[in-house]
Design a protein around this ligand. Structure first.
Ligand SMILES: Cc1cc2nc3c(=O)[nH]c(=O)nc-3n(C[C@H](O)[C@H](O)[C@H](O)COP(=O)(O)OP(=O)(O)OC[C@H]3O[C@@H](n4cnc5c(N)ncnc54)[C@H](O)[C@@H]3O)c2cc1C
Length: 519
């Protein structure tokens, strides 16, 4: 058994493996030469006091003690096995496909978008203010919304075993093993495409199929049983259909509704992206004029209740960029990402308010369960009108927004298509503008300097969660009225991030295996 020890170190000491190994050996009363291997198993920063500390938990393998094996997964061949159609190659679809393979089923993975390298070209086009390809963008394409994302690997999942296994799956496919012990693991947008590619390679190497530029346009339903899908002229059938299309696939919700497949309206959260200079967030969080070379770009997580409504920060990207995450040129949608090194001079996060069913009840008579979707679209289109052409986003300085003043100019931003001054409260729903204003005032009291005109809020952060749930039976995990249809991931309303979508995908694959008899 390895010896476990926790050390509280200065950031400089925590970056020096020789230093902490020697210290750990001394504390354990052994000679440094006896340490055959030292593994960091947990690392977190405690910045509550003026001097930030790093808590490092180490495992020391001493003398001849057997050392941990590198992580390895055995994916069997599924050539000739029962076929399962998986729609969408986001984390839910990919993890579902991997688990189907482990369970002896052959996934046929259909993805509307292009593979990673072609997708990079489409994304560059959006950033330059060019066309938005409705099938290949920040949300659609190989790896789904998880590929050109931040890659924070946080989940509220209570099952640590499943969580660790999901992280190990990513490490097996090329992620840095540091994600296994960091308190807030993060991959970064520069590394994600490589990992996603490797997962797709595993699927095809085992005999599964990954087909790009296959947009599902309809479903093959016979006698209330889901038999497969239609992609333009092609009909693709399987023993079951896993629907992992994410929350931006509005055409899928419309099609399900049109085919009489029951959907449910769901509350969501919407708001803005807020961006500060990273140096300012570092100063506030580390209580020092500069963070120096040993501390990472600082982050924050803020929550408050304003007049009974939740207001919170979401998907914080230290050292990151604001990105245009629309799937259609008629919308303005912002989101955030950061590279693995978190090297940009900006810090951004989503700042959102709770949106309740009652807020869009006026759309219900016409749109039924799709009322929230329409409400989301209306806000995105309003932002687009305010921002203008070329994916320019409407924005306001933060102190001006809180004071209800127009900003005559705007500071520099990481958002490549650009920002233009706008009074956000003039076109946002009142409850949202008011909630954000009150929330910011509260956050400004907790983090002195947070409400400043050096920072901006830009609109709109509308794709935080789905406004529609695709119901499923608690036991079979199938749609309660459509046998063979297995909705999963964020778009179905059962996940809210890369890891939770991946874990839900695995869970759905296990349900599929119980339903389909392996050949
Ligand atoms: C910029 C950005 C940054 C983010 N950062 C983080 C982060 O740091 N950490 C985190 O946990 N989460 C982050 N997220 C959210 C995260 O990416 C999603 O929660 C996650 O990807 C959801 O997984 P999913 O598989 O359910 O759906 P998605 O990832 O949305 O995948 C759905 C897939 O289905 C495909 N599809 C849709 N319709 C069809 C169709 N008709 N036919 C065929 N294919 C179809 C899409 O092209 C897409 O590839 C970020 C999102 C964005 C946009």
């Amino acid at each position: 058994m390895p010896q476990t020890i926790t050390l509280r170190l200065l950031p400089r000491e925590a970056a020096d493996a020789k230093h902490y190994t020697a210290l750990a050996a001394r504390r354990l009363g052994i000679a440094e030469q006896q340490v055959a291997l030292v593994r960091v198993v947990k690392r977190s920063i405690d910045a509550r006091q003026r001097q930030p500390w790093v808590n490092l938990t180490l495992e020391l393998y001493i003398d001849q003690e057997s050392q941990p094996e590198p992580i390895h997964f055995d994916y069997p061949s599924v050539v000739g096995k029962s076929e399962v159609v998986v729609v969408g190659s986001g984390p839910a679809g990919l993890f579902a496909a991997l688990r189907l393979i482990e369970l002896g089923l052959k996934p046929i993975l259909l993805e509307r978008g292009r593979e990673v390298s072609a997708r990079k070209v489409d994304i560059a086009c959006i950033n330059r203010g060019g066309e938005v390809n409705p099938d290949s963008n920040y949300a659609f394409g190989e790896g789904g919304a998880g590929t050109f994302s931040d890659g924070k690997l946080f989940t509220r999942s209570k099952k640590r075993g499943d969580y660790n296994r999901a992280l190990q799956t990513l490490v097996f496919h090329g992620a840095n093993p540091e994600i296994l012990y960091e308190a807030h693991p993060h991959i970064g947008t520069d590394k994600l495409p490589y990992i996603i590619r490797n997962i797709c390679r595993t699927i095809t190497a085992c005999g599964g199929e990954v087909l790009f530029e296959r947009r599902v346009t309809d479903f093959i339903l016979r006698d209330g049983v889901m038999r497969g899908v239609v992609c333009g002229d092609e009909r693709i059938e399987g023993a079951a259909v896993v629907l992992a299309t994410g929350h931006s696939a509005r055409d899928i919700y419309y099609k399900l509704h049109e085919r009489g497949i029951r959907l449910e309206a769901k509350a969501l959260a919407m708001g803005v992206r807020i961006e500060h200079p990273q140096a300012l967030i570092d100063q506030i969080q580390y209580h020092q004029p500069e963070r120096g070379e040993y501390l990472p770009a600082a982050s924050y997580s803020l929550v408050s209740q304003e007049k009974g409504r939740g207001v919170y920060s979401f998907c914080m990207c230290p050292g990151g960029f604001i990105v245009p995450a629309m799937t259609d040129a008629s919308q303005s949608v912002v989101n955030g990402m950061s590279p693995s090194g978190r090297t940009s001079p900006y810090a951004n996060s989503g700042l959102v308010t709770e949106v309740r069913l009652s807020d869009f009840a006026f759309l219900e008579p016409q749109w039924g369960p799709l009322a929230g979707l329409k409400y989301q679209e209306m806000l995105e289109e309003a932002a687009r009108r305010e921002g203008g052409d070329g994916q320019v986003a409407p924005a306001q300085r933060v102190a001006d927004f809180v004071a209800g003043r127009a900003s005559r100019s705007l500071p520099a931003t990481s958002y490549i298509p650009g920002i233009t001054p706008s009074r956000l409260d003039r076109w946002m729903p009142n409850f949202m503008a008011e909630g954000l204003r009150m929330g910011l005032t509260t956050f400004g009291r907790r983090m002195r300097g947070f409400v400043t005109n050096e920072a901006i809020v830009a609109g709109v952060e509308s794709r935080t969660s789905t406004p529609v749930r695709i119901p499923r039976d608690a036991e079979t995990l199938m749609h309660p009225e459509v046998e063979g249809l297995f909705p999963t991931g964020e778009g179905a309303g059962y996940a809210g991030g890369i890891i939770s979508a991946g874990l839900d995908g695995e869970r759905i694959a296990e349900a599929v295996a119980r339903y389909v008899k392996p050949r």
